[in-house]
Design a protein around this ligand. Structure first.
Ligand SMILES: Cc1cc2nc3c(=O)[nH]c(=O)nc-3n(C[C@H](O)[C@H](O)[C@H](O)COP(=O)(O)OP(=O)(O)OC[C@H]3O[C@@H](n4cnc5c(N)ncnc54)[C@H](O)[C@@H]3O)c2cc1C
Length: 646
């Protein structure tokens, strides 16, 4: 099949909202140029926010505080259980408390370079500027960031940076930040500006007269389907790493909210950009449904190594220093163990492919703290990473204080997501997308500790300033269930549930999901090839057809039915998986987390093709034949170069 059998080419897409001129003042000028809504009018405007993670929680709280009427949704039993709570290592900010040469410009530079020159300069610069405000906001909320002896907030280093700019609260940074956002949200709930709908899942977007005007939701406890209206809709529904079945994401993470919006016209950008995190606990068998991350912060003090000799299966303590290969320190002396994730993951895969991997199946490398314990003492190491060590020991039964951890790369984060402009508005007017659900700031590879920064920048600072520009034209006409577009959206949901329940096949939804994940990992994981991706697309299509013939969804739609919930999510994962493979197939270059075996340098590094691929690939839904819209990327401040961490 030729490329055109997989997709067609549409018109280019452009971000028209970011001002030109000096990058340092673009955000200030956009804020000044954006229309304002006066306080009395804000009360007349309703905003739906889907998601209560760091992005959605902070956005709903801030919009409520501004005076809008906010309706907030999540599928968990409490907004506080959003997946953001799992974030461990920290959050970046260009505060330069350490006086180690950091600055807004350096964070901007590191992020554009770390993303392998596949993100927008305007967005990334704004993110770096706002990073400093986030820390102040969170400290004011009482987030217990770690402090050093003098009382200043402490920092540590994360991959892809030579400065120490990552703020943290032990290994529970996401949890502490989410509690901050959650208390702000609860305050608005108590004040009556936010109404909270937990255990509700958005299953469709309502578009009326070309504007996003609401959502169709299912009450996960009673099964009741309802239509909810607003003047604007914000999706903060997180990432889609679970398309791989096994990932470090919470089991519930899914793509349904974004995918439903995509099917209704929102472009989906760079779906193939997936982050494989280098330090996860290796897969231990077929029984697993989830993988566990060992935070990147551990690479501050942990040294990564494998035996020099192939097939050396002595216990680590019996392998003398000179028979160990600290391969990251050897290959990348400038960044050592703190190279970015895409680089560290591929290096781990390479040494394992050479037959030097450790542990069952040879799919593991060591992360060793012996040197740090020797240098700092066990107590100091425990103070920094105690809960992570405990988690590792509980899962593996091994004590990482006395023997090195075994780690291997695993799917962790998705840089792709719904396309948004500088205002974070999608291609559907009135539909805004924030946090991991959008594609905006990380290019082809996200730097560690930058997701929390982006989610909170979007929610506390960007969206609350830009959404007013859209809402100033509201309130829009009142809606009810009689409206044809509303009734049609509702019927789509009812028909789909009916269809899923009526398949009545003989194979569990989970078994389909697991098989889909295997195909994705094999052909669209750490290394991708033309032939492999074509094979994956064929296999996914066959499996999807089988799903609609053989899936067994027990129970009914009248009450709590987790099989039904999962079935709907897996059905959407099938369609997304196809698009991811088509995106990966069309991008005949390597960049960041997207490594095409055909496109590598002599040293095995990613070989970008800026001539042909310096663009965002924004896909329009087209069933088996999606439409590609390109957004050209220009670089005026950070000149694209071969990324080097040597
Ligand atoms: C184990 C782990 C550790 C991490 N550590 C770090 C770290 O140290 N630093 C860092 O910067 N990043 C880290 N990350 C990444 C970071 O945690 C996430 O990118 C970020 O928290 C995503 O936040 P979010 O608000 O966009 O989405 P989420 O926190 O995933 O929230 C999604 C919300 O959307 C809701 N939702 C989704 N779909 C629907 C629907 N259809 N209907 C209703 N509600 C819906 C959910 O209920 C939830 O409330 C880590 C990720 C993992 C997996």
């Amino acid at each position: 099949m030729t490329m055109t059998d997989y997709y067609t080419l549409g018109d280019p897409v452009a971000d028209t909202k970011a001002p030109d001129g000096p990058i340092e003042t673009r955000w200030e000028r956009r804020r000044f140029g954006a229309k304002l809504v006066n306080p009395a009018n804000k009360r007349k405007l309703t905003v739906i926010v889907v998601g209560t993670g760091l992005a959605g929680g902070s956005a709903a709280a801030t919009l409520g505080e501004l005076g809008y009427q906010v309706k907030s949704y999540c599928y968990q039993d409490s907004p506080r259980r959003a997946h953001s709570i799992a974030a461990q290592g920290g959050i970046n900010a260009a505060k330069n408390y350490r006086n180690d040469g950091d600055s807004v410009h350096r964070l901007f530079y590191d992020t554009v370079k770390g993303g392998d020159f596949r993100s927008r300069e305007s967005n990334v610069h704004r993110l770096a500027q706002i990073s400093v405000q986030i820390i102040d906001q969170c400290v004011a909320q009482g987030v217990p960031f770690a402090r050093e002896y003098g009382g200043l907030l402490d920092t540590r280093s994360f991959g892809g940076a030579q400065v120490s700019r990552t703020f943290y609260a032990r290994g529970q940074t996401g949890q502490q930040l989410l509690l901050g956002a959650y208390q702000a949200l609860e305050r608005q709930i108590a004040a009556g500006t936010v109404t909270m709908h937990d255990r509700h899942e958005m299953l469709e977007l309502i578009i009326v007269d070309g504007r996003a005007r609401g959502i169709v939701v299912r009450d996960l406890v009673t099964g009741e389907i309802s239509t909810e209206f607003a003047d604007a809709v914000v999706l903060a529904s997180g990432g889609y790493g679970n398309v791989f079945f096994l990932s470090t994401n919470a089991k519930g993470c899914n793509v349904t909210a974004s995918w439903r919006a995509h099917r209704k016209g929102a472009l989906f950008a760079n779906p193939c950009y997936t982050q494989i995190h280098p330090t996860c606990i290796p897969v231990s068998g077929d029984h697993q449904s989830k993988l566990t991350l060992m935070s990147e912060s551990l690479r501050n003090d942990g040294r990564v190594w494998v035996p020099k000799a192939k097939g050396d299966n002595r216990v680590p303590a019996d392998i003398p220093e000179d028979e160990r290969d600290y391969y990251l320190e050897r290959i990348y002396p400038a960044f050592g163990n703190l190279v970015p994730r895409d680089i560290a993951s591929r290096a781990a895969k390479n040494v394992c492919d050479e037959g030097r991997g450790v542990g069952p199946g040879g799919l593991g490398v060591y992360l060793d703290f012996a040197a740090a314990i020797g240098r700092l003492g066990r107590d100091a190491v425990e103070a920094k990473y105690g809960n992570l060590f405990e988690m590792y020991e509980r899962i593996t039964g091994e004590d990482p204080y006395s023997t090195p951890m075994r780690i291997y790369p695993a799917v962790h984060y998705t840089m792709g997501g719904l396309w948004v402009d500088y205002d974070l508005q999608s291609t559907i007017p009135g539909l805004f997308v924030i946090g991991e659900a959008n594609f905006s700031d990380h290019g082809a590879n996200r730097l560690g500790a930058s997701a929390l920064m982006q989610g909170l920048a979007d929610g506390y600072f960007v969206l609350p300033n830009t959404i007013g520009d859209y809402l100033a034209a509201g309130p829009f006409p009142k809606l009810d269930g009689e409206n044809a577009e509303v009734a049609e959206a509702r019927k789509l949901v009812e028909d789909r549930i009916e269809k899923l329940l009526s398949i009545n096949g003989d194979r569990t939804v989970d078994s389909f999901h697991r098989e889909l994940g295997r195909i994705m990992w094999e052909y669209c994981g750490m290394e991708r090839t033309d032939a492999g991706l074509r094979k994956a697309i064929t296999e996914i299509r066959e499996l999807k057809a089988e799903f609609w013939q053989r899936a067994k969804v027990p129970g009914d739609g009248e009450g709590l039915n987790q099989s039904l919930e999962r079935a709907g999510r897996v059905a959407d994962f099938f369609e997304l998986a196809e698009l991811m493979c088509i995106d990966a197939l069309h991008r005949e270059e390597s960049c960041g987390g997207h490594f095409r075996a055909e496109s590598q340098t002599e040293e095995g590094e990613a070989d970008r093709d800026d001539e042909r691929f310096s663009y965002v690939a924004a896909w329009e839904f087209g069933g088996d034949l999606p439409v590609l819209h390109k957004e050209d990327l220009t670089f005026d401040y950070v000149h694209p170069s071969q990324r080097s961490y040597k």
